[in-house]
Design a protein around this ligand. Structure first.
Ligand SMILES: Cc1cc2nc3c(=O)[nH]c(=O)nc-3n(C[C@H](O)[C@H](O)[C@H](O)COP(=O)(O)O)c2cc1C
Length: 361
């Protein structure tokens, strides 16, 4: 009850102030500590207590991942962390679209930089989940590809896995790294960074939902041949679906939350088809209910992440989704996430099945 009230109170604050308050609260280890169902999954040699994680952008400076894991999430992806500190775009730069259960942000990688993040990561080691570290390039970097090497070299040793974020719409030129010309150099840079750090960690690549089929084919091919362990689909979209009703819908930035769900699930399914089991797939975009996480798993997601749902619904969301997910697995007569993963490759059919399953008693 108290956490529902806290979530309602946070909605009275401007979105960035609410975000800062949430990070500080979790950093102080204050928050609900729900019991969540055990739904173990494995990916890239890592064992996750459950498939649900916090997507990047919430714990940008690795300040509160231990507290966030305590909410029931099986993993937390911190970042995006850039090599040098940078302020990001002028405020206001985050907008709630309450009528659409959505968020638009143009934070622009506000980051305290990798040294601060490394110090935070070195200090807090007694967490109980899988820790992902998501890295990106500085806005004014003369050599963005090299920024990934530098950040990976500094941060990989603290991470269970490393994500290269090349899909934020808020850093000019960043998404060009998704093209053939740049991708090989980018993946090389990350490998070099790990060699410099003297560690090997599973490598994930996070992509945009606004890519054409030809781009997706190229990205999956490159990732498979370069030994990338997973593709995270997707980041926020620069598109604006006609369905949007909130007056904030015309703000510049990346759109996330409910309006992204179908689009991101569609891209996810195409990545699964192209990957043919050769690469892990992490589904993100518009997950706020157990059936939405379930739909992504039915399509073939090994893991599911969310951010907007946490911002809009509050800290009990992990526990609610995981309980709903356990019930859905039970209704379909399976006892593990792995048993149902990828069994309905068509995204529309998967969404329909998951939704109907959630409606039936
Ligand atoms: C306010 C905000 C900030 C974000 N910052 C980042 C970021 O720094 N790095 C990143 O990879 N993704 C970032 N994202 C994207 C999310 O990780 C996620 O991919 C996207 O929001 C879709 O998931 P959702 O609908 O559950 O929010 C951000 C999203 C939001 C809403």
């Amino acid at each position: 009850m108290i956490w529902r009230l806290a979530a309602s109170a946070a909605r009275l604050l401007p979105p960035e102030a609410a975000h800062v308050a949430a990070v500080k609260t979790l950093q102080a280890n204050i928050g609900p500590r729900p019991h969540v169902p055990s739904l173990p999954v494995s990916l890239a040699g890592l064992d996750f207590a459950n498939p649900l994680g916090v997507a990047a952008g919430f714990d940008k400076n690795a300040a509160c991942y231990k507290g966030a894991m305590g909410l029931g999430f099986g993993h937390v992806e911190v970042g995006t962390i850039t090599p040098l500190a940078q302020p990001g775009n002028p405020k206001p730069r985050v907008f709630r679209l309450s009528k659409d259960a959505a968020v638009i942000n143009r934070y622009g990688f506000n980051s305290q930089g990798m040294e601060v993040a490394a110090a935070n990561l070195a200090r807090v080691r007694d967490y109980t989940g899988i820790l992902g570290v998501n890295v990106g390039a500085n806005k004014t970097s003369p050599n963005p590809t090299d920024d990934y090497r530098v950040a990976v070299a500094c941060l990989a040793r603290f991470a269970d896995y490393v994500t290269l974020n090349i899909s934020s719409p808020n850093t000019p030129g960043l998404r060009d790294l998704q093209t053939q010309q740049h991708l090989a150099a980018l993946l090389d840079a990350a490998r070099t960074g790990m060699q410099e750090a003297g560690v090997t960690r599973p490598l994930f690549l996070k992509i945009a939902p606004d890519l054409e089929q030809a781009d997706l084919e190229l990205i999956v091919d490159h990732c498979v041949s370069a030994g990338v362990h997973g593709i995270i689909a997707t980041n926020t979209t620069i598109s604006r679906p006609d369905s949007l009703r909130d007056r904030q819908a015309s703000q510049t930035g990346g759109l996330s939350g409910q309006p992204l769900f179908t689009m991101a699930t569609d891209i996810l399914s195409r990545i699964v088809q192209l990957g043919k089991g050769r690469i892990g797939v992490i589904g993100v975009g518009g997950v706020a209910h157990g059936w939405q996480a379930y739909a992504k798993i039915l399509v073939g997601a090994d893991l599911v992440q969310l951010y907007s749902g946490l911002a809009l619904d509050g800290p009990l969301i992990a526990s609610r989704i995981l309980h709903e997910l356990a019930i859905l697995l039970d209704k379909d007569g399976v006892s593990t996430v792995g048993a149902i993963c990828g069994t309905i490759p068509d995204p529309q059919a998967a969404i329909r099945h998951a939704f109907r399953c959630a409606q039936t008693g």
